[in-house]
Design a protein around this ligand. Sequence first.
Ligand code: 6PG
Length: 479
Amino acid sequence: MTEQQTGTCDIGVIGMAVMGQNLALNMESKGFTVAVFNRTTSRTEAFVRERGQGKNVVGALTLEDFVAALKPPRKAMLMVQAGAGTDAVIDALLPLLDPGDLIIDGGNSFYDDTERRAAAVEAEGRGYIGTGVSGGEYGALHGPSIMPGGTETAYAAVEPIFTKIAAQVDDGPCCAYLGPGSAGHYVKMVHNGIEYGIMQVLAEAYDVMQRGLGMTVPEIQEVVAGWNAGELQSFLVEITADILTHKDPDTDKFVVEIIQDSAAQKGTGKWTSQSALDHGIPIPTITAATEARILSSFKEIRERADGILQGATPSFAGPRDELIPALQDAVYLAAVSAYAQGMHLLTAASAERNYDLDFATVARIWKGGCIIRSLLLEPIKQAFAADPDLTNIMLAEPFASDVRERAPGLRRIVAAAVSQGLPTPAMSAALNYIEGYRTARLPANLVQAQRDYFGAHTYQRVDKEGAYHTEWQDIHNIS
Ligand code: 6PG
């Protein structure tokens, strides 16, 4: 690095994998000068030489040079793999920074790690932002959805950069201050939980069409592309329609058909379910999606079990022109259930973790850039803007009417799938969630009776206040 490059950079990015590279180029394209650093120095050099050529990027081969390249108060953004790597970078970086400088973690960090890191960094007088960045490689380059959490002072320092590099939609940049501490990473985790749910619902719809209705990939593609042209328009439906057009040049088969049916995951869906259990919020569509990935990963066992337990050869009865509209309703409602559950979890977590989230803002910054962007987010935003205390979007219009009108379609598809032995874990979970949520009297009275029977746990009555216990049995005569 030359003398002239000292202290010239508006922000720096650490981690030159594709997300880091693209984010740095996005920042540069918005007029910022960007320092870049990667632990493997050849990667930094290659980036500066190739994609960064002729651009306002300054490659640093040591962390010391990286820090020296930044204008104070320095802003160092980590785009490294979440986990131990993030701690290692922070440990190395922190002693090089001055009071008032800022560390920004843009990875998919676990929220409690973010709390711990923020406390440690802030104890040293430096600022900390934990932020979700969604949109994959394309979003990082052209405008992601950015979900920052931390102190308001720290956010004020990055706001001019973040709001420029974020995706822009009709009502502003897809970036807003979300709340203190781990608020940003928590919101991003729930975003990913919803992402898992919708992805699984679409995978089940593909299975229903392919195995249940015997449709070819081009026929399925046409249906999914049609969905994307209407009310289901969203990034995930759009890419699904595109995926179904791709052929493998070697075999001339559709690429989707030659991909191993074993889904991976990096943890955010699992954390969402774990946290939902901790907060006592049901998110069955999301949990079913996470578990479906886990089950899919037992590929060898499933192949053996197929022979032993004899898997079904499903074939749906009923005309396709009735089942396809029912499937659209099923996909729509199951997706609504994933958003409903994710937002419900956020309302509970916000209260218990003191994030003080503005849910309309969360929905607004998900409208563009991120993986779960969809037409549904505008009415979700409006529902929370009209009633900030709303806990479940299914109670607000247009979703309440949607649930009433489309539940028959969801029921029809799940019933057909169940009767034909075709697994639809996320759609079934969505249906049971909706049916349970709108059932005024559930059979939990019997569970309470059982608890009281064997554990004297007491129960409440429907007709008077207080806690009651019944002497259900003669304890000495129990068999
Ligand atoms: C995003 C995505 C992204 C996600 C990866 C992989 O918002 O851009 O959510 O951050 O982490 O796509 O996630 P899994 O490996 O867990 O599927």
